[in-house]
Each structure stands twice: as C-alpha cells, then as structure tokens.
Write a protein that binds this ligand. Structure first.
Ligand code: AMP
Length: 278
C-alpha cells in the first residue's frame, strides 16, 4: 500500500492511474478503523480498480474540542488492517497539510442544517463539507463510499455534490453491527463494559420501533423509544422518525420512505444509530 501525506504527491500518483482509465474508489475515514470501515473498503475494492482510504481527524467538524482531543488514534493497527485488505493507497495528511491557513467556509445546507445532528452539533456539517470537498478535490474519485450509520452526513454530502456538480458517484453502505446489535463506532472503545451493555438500548429502541411500526402512531412510537432509552440509564439527545429523503420529521406514515434516528449519551460518550422503517 502506498502512503501519501501531501495532496500533491497523492494527486500526482492518482492522475497516472486515471490516465490509464483506472476506476478509483474512495473511502474517507477518521481512523481507529473497525469492521464498519473495513466493510466500506471491501465494497469499494469489489467495484473499483484502485481503492484510496484517507485517515484524517478533521478538527473543523468537532464542535467539542475535548471530543477532538479524545478521539481514538490507532494508526499502526489501521495501516495493518488496510494492508491486509490490499487497500491500494492511504492518504494520511497532517492538519497543516489540509489547512495551511485559516479558511472561511460556508455551504448552504438548507433544512439539513437545522435538524438532528446539525441542531445538536452546531457547525459540524460545515466542517464535514469543508473537508470532504478538499478530499474529493485531491482524490478525484469515480465513486466514494459512506456508511448509512451517518445517514444525515450522506444527505449533506449528496446535497453538496449535486449543488457543486462534483463528478462523483456516492454509494451508501449498510450499517455494520456487533452480534448483539450495537452499531460499530470508533467511539465504542470509550465505553466501560457496563456502558457497552447500556449502549445496546440504542439499536434495541430502533428495533422496537420497527417491530411496532404498524401498531402505533408516530408520536407514540417516539415517546415509547425515549422511555425505553431512559429506562436503560441512557440520556437521549433525540429520537426522531423522519422522511428518509430530506429528514423532515414525519407526522404520518404515508411518506414513502421513513427512517428512525437516535442520538444518546452513554456516560460521556455520544452515540448515534438509525434504522430504515420503510
Ligand atoms: P468515521 O471514521 O467515523 O468518520 O467514519 C468513516 C466512514 O465509515 C463513514 O462513512 C461512516 O458512516 C462509516 N462507518 C462508521 N461506522 C460504520 C458502521 N458501523 N457501519 C458502516 N459504516 C460505518
């Protein structure tokens, strides 16, 4: 696996591949790689001639500086995992490489900037769009892979890519879960064994709503889910049932695609999860 730390070296290498019509698949990550990330790499490999993974903990998307400082870093293990999957290229820049100077950035996300993660983490998606634009400019992939785990992030990037006419295909990959249902997340390493048990309530609350979907109103489904989380000692940030196309809160079940999304604190760790309802 080739490892590049500058945009220029990365671009020079990839432009050679593109001259030979190689299809480039790209998987952006913040590292501390787990099976969820590796699934994206595997899917990308099966659909591309060359796979580029990036590892960059992007400071501009953290609204909480402590969360940024505490973000897990396991670069040696990450490199081994990527090599074992025969990932072709790792882009591993320093902060000063991506942000040589302070840069003003604002991208109009419309309603997506006002709900769920955007509401709870002001500025988060400005940081996400800022770094994803820079990464797409450097890699110029044919296709880029994201997890359904960050569902709102996918819609945000979809909006940016279509507004700016960036020529790349976006591919959403399913959520990878542990056997007991907990969605894999780099932040799970911060959970004590007891907190990990409690964290199961996130996926369980989603499964409960899916199971009871035909039997209860939207409002009742939501309030039951919140009660369920609280009973398990978890502090919900939100539990919403939304139109999966635009994340507007659903008031009825008539919408063609519905998704339930949850964010909650387990101790000091904020976790998110979601499930398509229909
Ligand atoms: P992150 O390193 O958390 O920024 O995640 C990098 C990519 O991996 C994003 O597209 C995430 O949605 C995706 N991802 C993270 N966790 C999972 C998971 N459990 N299943 C599938 N994709 C995931």
């Amino acid at each position: 696996m080739k490892i590049f730390t500058t945009r220029e070296e990365l671009s020079d290498y990839l432009r050679q591949l593109q001259k030979h019509s190689k299809v480039i698949g790209f998987v952006p990550t913040m590292g501390a790689l787990h099976e969820g990330h590796l699934a994206l790499i595997r899917i990308a490999s099966s659909q591309s001639d060359a796979v580029v993974c990036s590892i960059f903990v992007n400071p501009t998307q953290f609204n909480d500086p402590k969360d940024f400082e505490k973000y897990p870093k396991t670069i040696e293990e990450d490199i081994q995992k990527l090599e074992s999957l025969k990932c072709d290229v790792l882009f591993l820049p320093e902060v000063k490489e991506m942000y040589p100077e302070k840069q003003l950035w604002h991208f109009n996300l419309g309603e997506l900037e006002k709900v769920l993660e955007a509401k709870s983490r002001p500025g988060h998606y400005q940081g996400v769009t800022q770094i994803v634009k820079k990464l797409l400019d450097a890699v110029k992939p044919d296709q880029v892979y994201f997890g359904q785990k960050d569902f709102q992030q996918f819609l945000v990037i979809e909006k940016m890519v279509s507004t700016l006419h960036i020529p790349v295909k976006l591919i959403m990959c399913p959520i990878v879960r542990d056997k007991d249902g907990l969605a894999l997340s780099s932040r799970n390493v911060r959970l004590s064994p007891e907190q990990r048990e409690q964290a199961l309530a996130l996926s369980q609350s989603l499964a409960l709503v899916k199971k009871q979907f035909n039997k209860k109103t939207i409002n009742l489904l939501k309030s039951d889910a919140i009660t369920f989380l609280e009973m398990n000692g978890i502090k919900p940030d939100y539990f919403e049932i939304c139109n999966a196309k635009n994340l507007k809160a659903a008031s009825s079940k008539n919408t063609s695609k519905l998704i339930a999304l949850v964010a909650a604190y387990v101790g000091g760790t904020r976790l998110i999860d979601n499930m398509i309802l229909k």
